[in-house]
Design a protein around this ligand. Structure first.
Ligand SMILES: Nc1ncnc2c1ncn2[C@@H]1O[C@H](COP(=O)(O)OP(=O)(O)OP(=O)(O)O)[C@@H](O)[C@H]1O
Length: 231
């Protein structure tokens, strides 16, 4: 589904992404790990054509994402609150996103209903604008807007970072179901080694912009990663 060909990106003369080759097949659930500044978010931004590579190409279903709109029909992502329209209420935002992606009001309502427990009473019908929600609840709005789009590819940057423990558990369950039952290809980054090895079937370890290890997840992966990150 995703192919990285000799992709390179530098900021101010410093290379922050430098990947010779990487393939992510349809239906995979892949985790990206690496210390602060390793290049995870920049890689996601390259996948979403939010920044342009200095060299190489990102192919999504075989088509270069740079200067092409096709991938937008099947890709949903939430990297940060810059993806939201914060002067809207969550409901206004959800129906706007639904409309943009040709979803009916009933489709949107059905998705929102399925997220009732995840929302935990804090998102809908409380009269708040998105800008006034907590970071964790803004993230929940971001995830919901992704699911409303009914994507084939879902990209989430540090999805566990601001969620309370119950919400983290619910999200793990949701992502697993989306991947196993709906066959959605999922890419997530995380600093939570327990969660990421629990949920992902493959882990890409990034260091200084490079993928230095591509690990199929096994019973040993958590220890292997803990050893890498040990101080
Ligand atoms: N717009 C930008 N201008 C200049 N440098 C940038 C920009 N965006 C990212 N960088 C730099 O690129 C490097 C990689 O950053 P990136 O955010 O991709 O890392 P990350 O692995 O997501 O880190 P974290 O775990 O802290 O989120 C860092 O050194 C960062 O300072």
């Amino acid at each position: 589904m995703i192919t990285l060909n000799n992709i390179g990106k530098a900021y101010n003369g410093k290379i922050v992404v430098d990947i010779a080759a990487c393939n992510i097949a349809e239906g995979e659930l892949v985790g990206l790990v690496g210390n602060n500044g390793a290049g995870k978010t920049t890689l996601f931004r390259l996948l979403l054509d939010l920044v342009r590579a200095d060299r190489g190409e990102v192919l999504s279903k075989g088509v270069n994402v740079a200067g092409n709109e096709n991938w937008k029909q099947f890709t949903a992502a939430y990297l940060d609150e810059g993806f939201l329209i914060t002067y809207l209420t969550p409901e206004e935002y959800f129906y706007f996103i639904g409309k943009l992606h040709n979803r009916t009001k009933a489709d949107v309502d059905e998705t929102l209903k399925s997220l009732e427990t995840f929302f935990d009473g804090a998102i809908l019908q409380n009269g708040k604008y998105i800008r006034d929600l907590s970071k964790g609840n803004q993230f929940k709005v971001g995830i919901a807007s992704c699911l409303i789009q009914n994507p084939q590819l879902l990209i989430l940057d540090e999805p566990f970072a601001n969620l309370d423990p119950s919400s983290q558990m619910r999200l793990i369950k949701m992502l697993r179901e989306l991947n196993e039952q709906k066959r959605i290809t999922i890419l997530i980054s995380s600093h939570d080694l327990n969660h990421i090895t629990d949920i992902c079937k493959r882990i890409l370890l990034m260091e200084k912009g490079k993928i230095i290890n591509d690990l199929p997840v096994s019973a040993d992966t958590l220890t292997e990663l803990e050893n890498y990150f040990k101080v």
